[in-house]
Design a protein around this ligand. Sequence first.
Ligand code: FAD
Length: 293
Amino acid sequence: MKIIELFERKKLVYSFEIFPPKPTSPIERVYDTIEELSVLNPDYISVTYGAGGSVNNNRTAHLTHLIKDTYDIESVAHLTCIGASKADIDDILNELQEKKVNNILALRGDLGKTGVGEFTDSQMLKRHIRDNGNFGIAGACYPEGHLESNKDVDKDVWVMEKKEEAGAEFFISQLFFDNNVFYDFLEKTEKQGIKGPIQAGIMPVVNKRQIERVVSLCGATLPKKFLRIMDKYEHDKLALRDAGIAFALEQIVDLASAGVRGIHLYTMNNPHIAKTITRNLDFILSSINREAK
Ligand code: FAD
């Protein structure tokens, strides 16, 4: 099933993101995580792509297939095009098609050491996927602006329109910690005429170093109450985890109550966190999805 059909049926789509283990680690390491996440009944699980070269990218196809085939849960394969040739991308599309993976989050990927390749931006990739298969297509969006746009949210919202024209049916947002930032962003997308549903990307804090690294990569603003949590519990791993879960839950309850169309939880392959958050949302999610659309 294409994910856009889920949005047509449900008021709020709730999904998880996982990443494949590094090529040097056995792939089986993530199997238990998938098993534990599957019990939580997410609407879909997405699997990241990229770091680690071709071994890891085969792993994205393998894991998205496993999620769908073994657990009957829809999956979304992330796919980046930076440094890739059309032939590389076609090989992957064929593999995903053979493995009956129905959905792709089509991304450019971060500019790194490799040259750009045959695709200069994610719109080229989306058009190529749209014209060469029958996949549901998602795009990434940036509530605080993409780093290369120097936090110019208006420009990135304009780019979202181009992504939609190129085939994106829905969007998953970069992580953010201040819901007001997301609400302002949604207002801009509405004014721009973006039609596709937008899922809010939520990352619970697990440890201070990890969040600092992620934030330096994506530029998310850290609100004072979030910084207080990190400072207070940075040397107490379990306390920080509890506080991080509570912070993420508060964010999600507020977003769900405000009527956002989806929540995408960056699980960091940590089923304990996903479990605690999801169990605390059980009645909220079912209450929202009971309302007539
Ligand atoms: P693009 O849409 O190509 O945008 C890149 C930059 O170019 C932006 O600044 C944009 O404003 C600008 N731009 C694009 N089109 C135009 C245009 N027509 N005119 C002017 N400017 C333009 N990376 C991975 O390597 N693997 C993953 O699995 C992965 N998963 C992700 C999941 C989510 C939900 C998100 C939000 C990001 C993910 N990323 C992943 C990171 C992503 O690859 C980077 O953020 C990348 O730098 C941009 O990807 P994009 O698809 O948004 O690119």
